[in-house]
Design a protein around this ligand. Structure first.
Ligand SMILES: Cc1cc2nc3c(=O)[nH]c(=O)nc-3n(C[C@H](O)[C@H](O)[C@H](O)COP(=O)(O)OP(=O)(O)OC[C@H]3O[C@@H](n4cnc5c(N)ncnc54)[C@H](O)[C@@H]3O)c2cc1C
Length: 462
């Protein structure tokens, strides 16, 4: 790639204690948690709203926040506050009331206890309200370009904004970009894809449909539930008997055998998680462009399918296609500590655990385009996410949160879903505030003190 150098003036438009870059599930919770500690927080987000994959990707529901028996809500704190607020405003159904293996879970049982259906449009507004109430200075339409470095310390960031380049200076930066853009550009060691080989989980273009007759869909599923099975890593679940029929008729040419259809807050509105675009690199605009185009083509095939083949969907209407294709995996941080697959499956809870969770290992496309690696956590077990997995090596002034924290790629397949990302975000924002108050670096945070502050702020740590 050839390069040119550009010299543009950069206006400093904010100075703060904690700068959170990215307003997805992790960033939203990081910013609220930091601001609740009384420090001055700026949240910079490239889109015009928060939520990340939950809004821009139309991804939903929030996956389980409970233990593997569905008894104890493990992920609480800011996540629970957000859910309760959404419920109050008609934007979610409380997970305690959501049955497993039902329309809300696309009729999937294992690993899908008490998910949280939510409305992405209401989430956007509730996120604005909660951030504003916490005192966060929210800056939308700010695309992170590069960090402001003071030696090995990140001292803020430069953004591309409508009016040109803008800088925000900060004592601590929390990278919540999903892809770890700030960590990467700061020089923190990272891997790209699984084992650094560039192989990433497939991307998916979500879309939402309305005017679905729930009773008819439920009836068809009940009649065919005995036909659900899993073979060679491929799940044959909702409507695989009808997908096979469509394939025979020439109406289905995708490498998928089932349909992931998740009922939303309103009975007739469902999210479709089925398209699969292989080999999209979410850190590369050319690759992303191919993903968006291919994703939209697949959406057309998938949308036409239930209208013709699924009882109850004859009159379904397309409500929306996600503004951006869903990216499951890009970079992984190589942090001070790493969450390992063995620790996830062995239910290890380290001394510095900042989050407990029981989310299943779910690595899409692991053995080919149709397959998943899916390992549900055994009943009664859960694991802890170590604080050290949020702390980059070599670089100061920087904390990571969200799907790219330091985890073996398969272990990342467990904590990449939204409730853990929100719990990790809360921990990162709280740790950043502690660093500011004590004038220390993230590696010097006393994990026991951090755990105490998290508990005082509603986190469940056992
Ligand atoms: C197809 C798909 C299906 C999924 N299904 C589920 C599911 O059913 N349930 C579940 O709980 N989870 C699911 N997940 C996982 C989950 O949605 C994500 O892993 C999670 O949202 C990650 O949260 P995050 O905050 O780390 O990153 P993101 O959600 O990606 O948020 C990152 C934020 O940072 C912003 N940003 C990125 N780069 C920059 C930049 N350079 N400058 C400024 N802002 C930037 C983005 O706009 C975004 O707002 C799914 C994911 C995908 C892709």
């Amino acid at each position: 790639m050839s390069e040119i150098q550009v010299k543009s003036p950069v206006s400093i438009t904010a100075e703060c204690d904690v700068l959170v870059v990215g307003g997805g599930p992790a960033g939203l919770c990081a910013a609220i948690a930091a601001a609740r500690q009384g420090v001055k927080v700026v949240l910079a987000e490239r889109y015009g709203y928060c939520g990340g994959m939950a809004t821009a990707g139309l991804v939903g529901p929030f996956m389980t926040c409970y233990d593997a028996e569905g008894k104890q809500m493990l992920i609480q704190g800011v996540f629970r506050d957000l859910v309760e607020r959404l419920v109050k405003e008609g934007g979610a159904i409380h997970p305690s009331e959501v049955p497993t293996a039902s329309s809300f879970t696309s009729y999937i049982g294992p690993g899908h206890l008490h998910v949280t259906p939510f409305d992405p449009e209401i989430l956007k507004r509730v996120a604005d309200d909660m951030l504003t109430e916490a005192g966060v200075d929210v800056r939308y339409h700010m695309q992170f370009i590069e960090p402001l470095m003071d030696g090995k310390r990140v001292a803020g960031a430069i953004f591309a904004a409508k009016g040109g380049l803008e800088a925000v200076t900060a004592q601590m930066v929390v990278d919540c970009t999903g892809d770890g853009d700030v960590c990467f550009k700061s020089g923190a060691p990272m891997l790209i894809g699984s084992d650094g080989n560039g192989k990433m989980q497939p991307a998916t273009m979500f879309f939402r449909i309305g005017n679905v007759d729930l009773k008819k869909v439920d009836k068809d599923i009940e009649e065919h539930l005995h036909m659900f099975y899993r073979k060679d890593g491929v799940n044959y679940r909702s409507f695989h008997w009808r997908v096979a029929e469509a394939r025979e008729n020439g109406d289905w040419d995708l490498d998928r055998v089932s349909i992931g259809m998740f009922r939303g807050v309103k009975e007739d509105e469902w999210s479709i998680n089925t398209s699969r675009v292989m080999h999209v690199d979410g850190t590369d605009s050319k690759s992303l462009t191919r993903g968006e185009m291919e994703g939209r083509k697949q959406v057309e095939v998938i949308f036409n399918f239930p209208r013709k083949y699924v009882p109850g969907c004859e009159n379904a209407k397309l409500l929306s296609v996600a503004p951006q294709i869903g990216i499951r995996e890009t970079r992984h941080l190589l942090g001070q500590d790493t969450l390992k697959l063995d620790d996830v499956l062995g239910a290890v809870i380290p001394d510095d655990a900042i989050l407990l969770c029981a989310n299943s290992v779910d690595v899409h496309g692991k053995f080919g385009p149709k397959s998943n690696q899916y390992i549900a956590i055994e009943p009664g077990k859960h694991y802890g996410v170590p604080y050290g997995a949020l702390v980059p090596k070599e670089i100061e002034g920087l904390i990571a949160a969200g799907r790219f924290i330091s985890a073996e790629p398969d272990a990342s397949g467990a904590i990449r879903v939204m409730p853990p990302c929100m719990g990790i975000g809360q921990a990162a924002g709280t740790a950043a505030a502690l660093c500011v108050k004590k004038a220390i670096q993230p590696a010097q945070v006393d994990a026991q003190e951090l755990r105490e502050v998290l508990k005082q702020n509603g986190a469940y740590l056992g």
